[in-house]
Design a protein around this ligand. Structure first.
Ligand code: KIV
Length: 285
């Protein structure tokens, strides 16, 4: 089944099994069992959250990619808790059906389990998130993640390329190409499952490795640059919309908004300069 066939095939219900209104974490596990691909999309504000939700995304991720996509930083590192809360609040106003997952920004969960608990709680209480996502690439973070899961916070894990470790990793490179790295990632995937994650993002890794990890886990895998055998896929909204100037190779542009917006802005500029706008229809007598 292609990841988009549920939108066109009337035999495949739009809502996940058992949920006609709100998607819940438990539905994602059912979707994995039913081999029904999970649709995840990032959003950073209310209108985009609403469009992702109405367009039938199962999960709306308020990614810390907001730092690059909206705020123009080079990396996700400068993103703060305050920024994540503000964007999550906006997205939550637009989303009704999808699960809202908020990224925990750099240094909001790396210091201690106590601080992580406070920050994850803020994303849920103040932001309106229903789950949080953590980049989980070492044993220490696994321990911290376990403690917030035990406190009742649903956690999505994230392995493979973890952009908050960009300087430690030395660039945005495909992970797990060497056999020892692939083994480490397979073990890590099992560990995040044991630590209580309800799903795990697999970013930028060979398709075969993502396939093996997906087959070895009970929890769903959500791929980005990890091939089509994951249990779901996530895309950054501005890549999908064709707004990103230099999108990564793994992203697919579904509409060319960059050129559409440029054409519209140029036409508006010309209309104003030639006094064609406002026209009679836009004026008041
Ligand atoms: O921040 C983000 O948008 C993400 C996704 C790319 C998975 O982490």
């Amino acid at each position: 089944m292609s990841s988009h066939s549920h939108l066109t095939n009337p035999k495949v219900p739009l809502a996940p099994p058992g949920a006609t209104k709100k998607v819940r974490v438990s539905h994602l596990l059912q979707m994995k069992e039913a081999k029904r691909p999970i649709v995840v999309l990032t959003a950073y504000d209310a209108p985009m959250g609403q469009l992702a939700d109405t367009g039938s995304a199962d999960v709306v991720l308020v990614g810390d990619s907001v730092g690059q996509v909206i705020h123009g930083f080079d990396t996700t590192l400068p993103v703060t808790m305050e920024m994540m809360i503000l964007h999550t609040q906006a997205v939550a106003r637009g989303v009704k059906r999808a699960i809202i997952v908020a990224d925990m920004p750099f240094m909001s969960y790396q210091v201690s389990a106590e601080q992580t608990l406070v920050n994850a709680g803020r994303l849920m209480k103040e932001g309106g998130a229903e789950a949080v996502k953590l980049e989980t690439n070492n044993e220490r973070i696994l321990g911290i993640m376990r403690s917030i899961v035990e406190a009742g916070i649903p956690v999505m894990a994230h392995i493979g390329l973890t952009p908050q470790s960009i300087h430690a990793m030395g660039g945005y490179k495909v992970q797990g190409r060497k056999s020892e790295d692939a083994i480490r990632l397979k073990e890590l995937a099992l560990k995040v499952q044991e630590a209580g994650a309800f799903a795990v993002v697999l970013e930028l890794m060979p398709r075969e490795l993502a396939k093996e990890i997906s087959a070895s886990l009970r929890i769903p895998t959500i791929g980005i640059g990890a091939g089509s055998d994951c249990d779901g896929q996530v895309l950054v909204l501005t890549d999908l919309l064709g707004i990103t100037e230099h999108p990564p190779r793994f992203a697919k542009k579904y509409v060319d908004m960059r050129n559409g917006v440029l054409r519209a802005v140029r036409k508006y500029s010309r209309d104003v300069r030639e006094r064609l706008f406002p026209a009679k229809d836009h004026e008041f007598e």
